[in-house]
Design a protein around this ligand. Structure first.
Ligand code: NIG
Ligand code: FE
Length: 421
């Protein structure tokens, strides 16, 4: 496969056309072409339109042709918030939560993130690499072609860098693109209880320079939450990271309305994530500042917390993205179908808004809306092909993976190889 690919006769090509996040009502505009085709040359999208109008003169015997009769073609999904590189598992905490304990109670008792930190420190890079690779395979089978991945299970210099280096290796070896985020401020370990500012100093002075030096991360993130990092501590770290060349994103207003959304707007962060408790003022400021609201409904569902107010966010002009939050504690799932079910049936998003939230807006949430997230000429040839004729099946075929083939940079990387032409 040379990265030259023609997909033709698709029942529907959903382009999601655009080069920046769609805010508010614009999220409903999907730009659908019936009996559509996509031509990719050298891995980049060359032409999108009705099959009858595609220029087929340049196709050679080395190029791949897929007859997508009866199929819907979409941009590859982007998962803009995961913690997919981690050691160990925490099934006992799921059982504790079923018995009535809360996520924060378990964390206060020394469980939660601290447990995964211990397991990730103990794990070798090779072990983390293989576990991460399998999780990327699962995401790919769900139609995901780009994923954001966070450190944050080291909380010491060595292990934070180990996680980021594993992600760099996976970026080289695996078809799914990995956007790395430095999340050193993910939890407060017992030795830093009451000395959170000292820990922020340590991250800024000792860890951040090493992260930046080798271009190990694109983003800096922080768990801005009551009993974790305050708004002031989050601001200090994110400003230092921005000064060092990283983009900012936050875990904001998840359990308590602390003002994380307002901080995201103030710092012009690319994305504020979770937002279960976001205030009306936070929504207003995020819409005005163009901060993407990345919602993680699988986490709210799993923790039995109220869902983020997706309707209110969209109706007040925010750009909403959706992500799995794949991690061993609050959301051990890579299921895009589960996200779609929760977004439509529980958060009352339309199917079109949901598709925008998983494609163009998710691309914007990782700072890449100019390059991925829609089927526009010039963008990367990243596509998901459904086994069904319309994008409605994504929601209607409840909690079921409808993706038959996945294309990355014009090459089939998941699903049956195309027949020889
Ligand atoms: O996004 N809220 C903080 N971080 C993760 C959970 C990580 C964990 O429990 O291991 C989240 O939900
Ligand atoms: Fe998270």
């Amino acid at each position: 496969m040379n990265g030259n690919l023609l997909i033709k006769n698709a029942a529907e090509v959903v382009t999601c056309s655009g080069f920046e996040a769609k805010q508010g009502a614009a999220m409903n505009a999907l730009h659908i072409i019936t009996d559509g085709a996509v031509r990719i040359t050298g891995g980049r999208i060359q032409q999108v339109g009705p099959t009858a109008e595609i220029d087929t003169g340049a196709i050679t015997a080395d190029d791949t042709v897929i007859d997508a009769t009866g199929c819907c073609v979409l941009p590859g999904f982007v998962d803009p918030h995961t913690h997919f590189v981690f050691g160990g598992y925490r099934p006992e905490e799921f059982v504790q939560r079923l018995e009535g304990q809360s996520y924060m109670q378990i964390m206060q008792q020394g469980g939660g993130i601290a447990r995964t930190v211990a397991a990730t420190r103990a794990a070798g890079a090779e072990e983390l690499y293989h576990a991460g690779r399998q999780r990327l395979d699962t995401l790919l089978a769900n139609g995901v072609t780009t994923v954001e991945g966070k450190s944050g299970y080291g909380l010491d210099k060595e292990t934070e860098l180990k996680q980021l280096d594993v992600m760099a290796r996976l970026q080289r070896d695996h078809p799914v693109d990995v956007v790395p985020t430095f999340l050193g401020a993910h939890a407060v370990l017992p030795e830093y209880k009451g000395r959170e500012d000292d820990f922020i100093d340590f991250l800024i002075d000792d860890v951040l320079p090493a992260v930046v030096q080798n271009n190990r991360a694109k983003f800096c993130d922080v768990f801005c939450e009551a009993k974790v990092f305050s708004v002031a501590q989050s601001r200090r770290l994110l400003q230092a990271a921005q000064a060092a060349g990283l983009k900012a994103r936050l875990h904001a207003d998840e359990i308590v309305a602390l003002g994380g959304a307002e901080l995201a707007a103030e710092l012009k962060a690319v994305s504020a994530d979770h937002l279960l408790q976001v205030s009306d003022e936070g929504i207003r400021q995020m819409a005005a500042a163009g901060v993407v609201a990345t919602l993680l409904p699988a986490t709210a569902f799993n923790l039995r917390e109220p869902f983020a107010p997706a309707r209110k966010l969209i109706d007040n002009g925010c750009a909403v993205a959706l992500a799995t939050d794949l991690n061993p504690g609050s959301s051990f799932t890579a299921s895009i179908p589960l996200l779609i079910a929760l977004a439509t049936l529980e958060m009352k998003m339309t199917i079109a808004e949901t598709v925008t939230a998983l494609t163009l807006n998710a691309a914007a949430a990782v700072g890449r809306a100019g390059d991925i997230g829609s089927l526009d000429p010039g963008k990367a040839g990243d596509l998901a092909i459904l086994n069904f004729p319309s994008h409605h099946f994504l929601a209607y075929h409840l909690a079921t993976n409808c993706v038959g083939r996945v294309i990355k940079n014009g090459r089939v990387v998941h699903g049956p190889p195309p027949k020889e032409t």
